[in-house]
Design a protein around this ligand. Structure first.
Ligand SMILES: [Zn+2]
Length: 336
């Protein structure tokens, strides 16, 4: 045993003894009454990585706080959800999903995938951070050439317009499937009460999408609508949900949007049905088919709602899949 490890061991023993004897009760008071105030800010939420010749940056719109997770899934029990979370050291309450917004600098274009919640606080005050995290990442919204939407839900398209009618991305074309545009801007749905989210979601989509009709491009299954960016029709979560395959220098990254919302629940049991899918059965079928393809071909993914920054791989595990987050790197490599 070295002198250093001996001294650490002695320190641990001394600390343990002191705590059990109550000798540190005064220290707890000093912690609450610290001479340096506790910080309230986390590090700016952006993360850069290279994808082929593209420089990619993930910026956060802030986490969605969704409460009780067991209410979100069909065909399972509260106990089964609790066991899966417990087995993976995750909390049973205060279910939280990230919003990982991807920005690509292709050299020719700046492309942003999904836009977060905007000014809405229906999922708590922790969202709506996109503009500030873009700024922290030195990305000017005026430089964004393309806003690409996986689908028309609130946490994906409500960051397009400012409350005063201004455009947060004034020089961008907006890319979305026509099926999702038509479905979520349909005025006839404004009177619907079932499902309960429909009226609110449609009103929000109309606010953010309709003013951009003249700058909107409808994307089709299989289409390479921007250089190296191909759309893949992945219906179920919504009628026109899209996954995007980004290829550069022979490498492909899948931007999966809401193909799966959770790194454990909808991966280990991908047949679980998500209650807010427009067609939960179709959503599960699509999830299994696409995850199987990504696992077979070892294609990395970016999960919009996965733990920050949401980059990783999937592999087959039993009847489902295992998510392997890619280690974050401390340095930005200029290999393009
Ligand atoms: Zn979402």
């Amino acid at each position: 045993m070295t002198a250093i490890s001996m001294s650490r061991r002695q320190a641990v023993l001394a600390t343990t003894a002191a705590i059990s004897s109550g000798a540190f009760s005064g220290l707890r008071v000093r912690t609450a009454d610290a001479k340096v105030p506790r910080a309230t800010e986390q590090a700016p939420c952006y993360y850069r990585f290279n994808h082929g010749k593209i420089q990619a940056t993930v910026v956060s719109d802030g986490p969605l706080r969704l409460g009780d997770p067991s209410a979100g899934f069909l065909g399972t029990s509260r106990e089964e959800i609790a066991k899966m979370l417990t087995d993976n050291f995750l909390p049973l309450t205060n279910f939280m999903l990230e919003q990982n917004v991807l920005v690509l600098n292709t050299g020719d274009k700046m492309v942003l995938f999904d836009t977060g919640m905007g000014s809405s606080t229906i999922f708590g005050p922790s969202t709506g951070k996109l503009l500030s995290t873009l700024k922290a990442a030195s990305i000017d919204p005026k430089d964004i050439d393309a806003v690409v939407l996986t689908h028309g839900h609130h946490d994906h398209c409500w960051g397009i317009m400012a409350d005063d009618g201004g455009h947060h991305f004034p020089n961008a074309q907006i890319y979305i499937s026509k099926a999702d545009f038509d479905f979520w801007t349909d005025a006839a749905k404004l009177g619907m009460t079932d499902p309960p989210y429909m009226k609110m979601t449609v009103a929000g989509a109309r606010k953010h999408l309709l003013p951009n009709r003249d700058r909107m491009v409808f994307i089709k299954d299989g289409e390479e609508f921007l250089p190296g960016i191909q759309a893949m029709f992945t219906p179920g979560h919504t009628v026109g949900h899209m996954v995007f395959m980004v290829t550069s220098d022979g490498k492909t990254l899948a931007v999966i949007g809401d193909l799966t919302h959770h790194q454990v629940l909808l991966m280990h049991k991908p047949r679980l049905q998500f209650v807010n899918d427009t067609d939960p059965k179709q959503g599960a079928d699509t999830r299994v088919r696409v995850l199987d393809m990504l696992a077979t071909n070892r294609i990395p993914l970016l999960g919009y709602h996965f733990p920050w920054p949401g980059i990783g791989h999937v592999a087959k595990l039993g009847e489902g899949f295992q998510y392997f987050p890619t280690p974050m790197e401390m340095l930005v490599y200029q290999n393009a």
